[in-house]
Design a protein around this ligand. Structure first.
Ligand SMILES: C[S@@+](CC[C@H](N)C(=O)[O-])C[C@H]1O[C@@H](n2cnc3c(N)ncnc32)[C@H](O)[C@@H]1O
Length: 289
C-alpha cells in the first residue's frame, strides 16, 4: 500500500515569456519534471526534494541554456507540503477536453454539455490535471475506443485521471492503475473515491521492475503516458508479455517521433492513430498480426 506522509518539494520559478512556456515544459519534462504551474510571466516547476541536488540543478540549467540560448532568471525554493493544496487549487479552472469529457476540481460547479462525462480531479502534486497536452491527447484517443470488456492497465497513473475516464467511458472490467510516486498513488486513490469509480486498483509499483508479473494477468489495453526514456525501456517488455495488447502512448515530444517510429518497427507494432497538440503526440499502436 502507498504511504501517506508529508512530501516536500523544490519549486523552480523561471522568468519567461508565456509564449515559451510550452517549450520549457517539454524540455523540463525530459529532466523527469512533470508538475508545473503557469503564472503571468513565470513558469513554476516542481520536483520532489529528494530528487534535488547539484547534479540535477546543473542538468536543468544546461537544458534551459540549450533550449533558449541563455539561462532565464531562475530561482529554486523549498516548499513544504502544507503550502501546496490551496495554492494549486486556486489556479485551476475546469478543462474541457472535448464535447465528451470535462475535468473539474472539487467544489467547482459546472453545467456539462449533454452526454458529457465529468471527471473531478484534485491534483495535489500529481500529474494529470488536464492542464497538460499529453493528458488531453490520451483522453481524446480513449474516447474514440470501445472500452467495453477490455482489461486495462494504466501505467504512470498520476492523478488516476485516465483510469477514472476509462470507467466513465463504459469500461466494465477491473483496472490496474499504478505509479512509482507515492504522491501520485495517494492522490489517485482519493480521486478514484471522489469519482465513485469502482474496481480500480491503485498501486505503488515501478513499471521498470514490476511489469512482467502483472502483465501475466492478461490485459487488452495498456495506457502509458510516461516519457521517452521509460517507454523505451518498458515497451519491449509489454510487447513480450502482453503480445496481443494495443498500447496507447503519450509523453512523447513531436521531435522524438522518428525515434518512436523506429522503436515500433523494431518491436513489430503498427501505428493505428497518432494525434498531436503543442509539442506532444499520442500514438495508439497495435501488435502487427
Ligand atoms: C506524464 S505523467 C501521466 C499522468 C496521467 N496518466 C495522465 O495521463 O495525466 C507520468 C506519470 O508516470 C509516473 N512514472 C514515471 N516513471 C514511472 C515508472 N517507472 N513506473 C511507474 N510510474 C512512473 C510519474 O510519476 C507520473 O505520475
Amino acid at each position: 500500500m502507498p504511504t501517506t506522509g508529508t512530501h516536500h518539494y523544490i519549486e523552480l520559478a523561471i522568468e519567461l515569456n508565456p509564449s515559451l512556456f510550452e517549450l520549457a515544459i517539454a524540455m523540463l519534462s525530459r529532466e523527469g519534471i512533470d508538475s508545473f504551474m503557469e503564472e503571468e510571466t513565470r513558469l513554476l516547476a516542481y520536483l520532489p526534494e529528494s530528487e534535488w541536488n547539484e547534479k540535477k540543478e546543473l542538468s536543468i540549467r544546461q537544458t534551459l541554456e540549450q533550449t533558449f540560448g541563455t539561462i532565464p532568471p531562475c530561482t529554486a525554493s523549498f516548499m513544504a507540503d502544507r503550502n501546496w493544496n490551496a495554492e494549486w487549487e486556486a489556479h485551476l479552472q475546469p478543462i474541457e477536453i472535448s464535447d465528451r469529457i470535462i475535468i473539474i476540481q472539487k467544489n467547482k460547479e459546472i453545467t456539462p454539455k449533454p452526454g458529457q462525462i465529468v471527471i473531478e480531479i484534485n491534483p495535489k502534486m500529481s500529474f494529470g490535471t488536464g492542464y497538460h497536452a499529453t493528458t488531453r491527447l490520451m483522453l481524446r484517443q480513449m474516447e474514440t475506443l470501445d472500452l467495453v470488456n477490455k482489461k486495462i492497465m494504466d501505467i504512470g497513473t498520476g492523478t488516476g485521471v485516465l483510469a477514472i475516464a476509462a470507467r466513465k467511458l463504459g469500461n466494465n472490467l477491473p483496472i490496474l492503475a499504478f505509479d512509482n510516486n507515492a504522491w501520485a498513488t495517494d492522490n489517485a486513490i482519493e480521486n478514484v473515491e471522489e469519482n465513485h469509480a469502482d474496481n480500480i486498483a491503485v498501486e505503488l509499483l515501478d513499471a521498470e521492475e514490476d511489469l512482467v508479473i502483472h502483465l501475466g494477468e492478461g490485459y487488452d489495453l495498456i495506457l502509458a503516458n510516461i516519457n521517452k526514456n521509460v517507454i523505451d525501456r518498458i515497451l519491449p517488455i509489454i510487447r513480450k508479455h502482453a503480445p496481443q495488447a494495443p498500447v496507447l502512448l503519450s509523453g512523447i515530444l513531436i521531435y522524438d517521433e522518428p525515434w518512436l517510429k523506429k522503436l515500433l518497427k523494431k518491436l513489430n507494432y503498427q501505428i493505428e492513430k497518432t494525434i498531436y497538440e503543442d509539442e506532444w503526440l499520442s500514438s495508439l499502436v497495435r501488435p502487427t498480426p
